[in-house]
Design a protein around this ligand. Structure first.
Ligand SMILES: [Zn+2]
Length: 223
C-alpha cells in the first residue's frame, strides 16, 4: 500500500511556508502514477511555489514491486557513516520482525541516492539483475583506468539488442554513452550464477561498485 504524509516545509531559499506530500511507501501495483513520479525525478521533491527552488525531502521511502519481487529501501543520505548505521538498523529490524521469511525469492536493496533508486527501478524494469549490471559497469570504467575515479557509470536504457550506459566525467564535465550487447550481459550473468551468485537476496543488500568488486574478487579466486 502506498502511504503519504503531509508536511509543512519552509523554503531554504526564500523562507516561504508550503505544504508538501511526501511518500513513505510506494507499491508499484496500485500506484503506477507514483512510480512514474520516481522515474521522472518528482517523488518527494519539494518545489517552492514562490521561488521554484527544488530539494529532495529527507524522507525514507520503501518501494515494493511484488510482481518483480523487488523491494528497495531508499534512505536519503550522503554521509557514509550514517549510511552504514541506517543499513545495520534495517537489517536488524527486519530480522527481529521476521519479515524476511515472507520475502523469500525477493531482491532487497538498500540505496541512499535518488539516482541509485531510479537506476535500480530501470534495471529491474528492463528485466536485468543489478549485480551483473554493476559488474559490467566496472568493466566499462576499467577500460580507461586513469579516469575511473573521476567517472560515474549508470544504466541508461536497453534496446536493439544493446544496453546503453551513461558515463559522467566530473572533471571533463562530459557525458559519454557506452553500448554493451545483451549477449555480453547474458554471459556475465551466467558466469556469476555459475560462480555461486544468487539471483535473489537472503537479506537487505547494498549492490554497488564495491559489491561488484567483491563479487569479481571472489569469482577470480575460484579459478
Ligand atoms: Zn522559495
Amino acid at each position: 500500500m502506498s502511504i503519504n504524509i503531509k508536511q509543512s516545509v519552509r523554503c531554504p531559499k526564500c523562507s516561504e511556508m508550503s505544504d508538501v506530500t511526501v511518500w513513505s511507501s510506494v507499491t508499484a501495483a496500485d500506484s503506477p502514477d507514483l512510480k512514474a513520479d520516481i522515474l521522472g525525478g518528482r517523488l518527494n521533491m519539494f518545489r517552492c511555489p514562490s521561488c521554484d527552488t527544488t530539494a529532495l525531502m529527507p524522507q525514507p521511502m520503501l518501494y515494493t514491486d511484488d510482481e518483480k519481487r523487488l523491494m528497495i529501501s531508499f534512505m536519503p543520505t550522503n554521509d557514509p557513516v550514517e549510511k552504514q548505521q541506517l543499513y545495520e538498523k534495517i537489517v536488524s529490524s527486519s530480522r527481529e520482525s521476521g519479515e524476511l521469511n515472507s520475502l523469500e525469492g525477493y531482491n532487497l536493496r538498500f540505496v541512499n541516492g535518488y539516482n541509485e533508486l531510479l537506476e535500480k527501478l530501470l534495471i529491474f524494469d528492463n528485466g536485468y539483475n543489478d549485480k551483473a549490471i554493476e559488474v559490467i559497469k566496472l568493466m566499462i570504467l576499467s577500460q580507461d583506468v586513469d579516469k575511473s575515479d573521476q567517472r560515474d557509470c549508470r544504466f541508461g536504457k536497453s534496446d536493439d539488442g544493446n544496453i546503453e550506459f551513461m558515463i559522467h566525467d566530473f572533471i571533463e564535465n562530459m557525458v559519454y554513452s557506452s553500448y554493451v550487447p545483451v549477449e555480453t550481459y547474458d554471459t556475465v550473468y551466467r558466469s556469476l550464477i555459475e560462480s555461486g551468485m544468487k539471483p535473489y537476496s537472503f537479506d537487505w543488500e547494498i549492490v554497488d561498485g564495491a559489491y561488484a568488486t567483491r563479487l569479481l574478487n571472489g569469482f577470480n579466486n575460484n579459478f
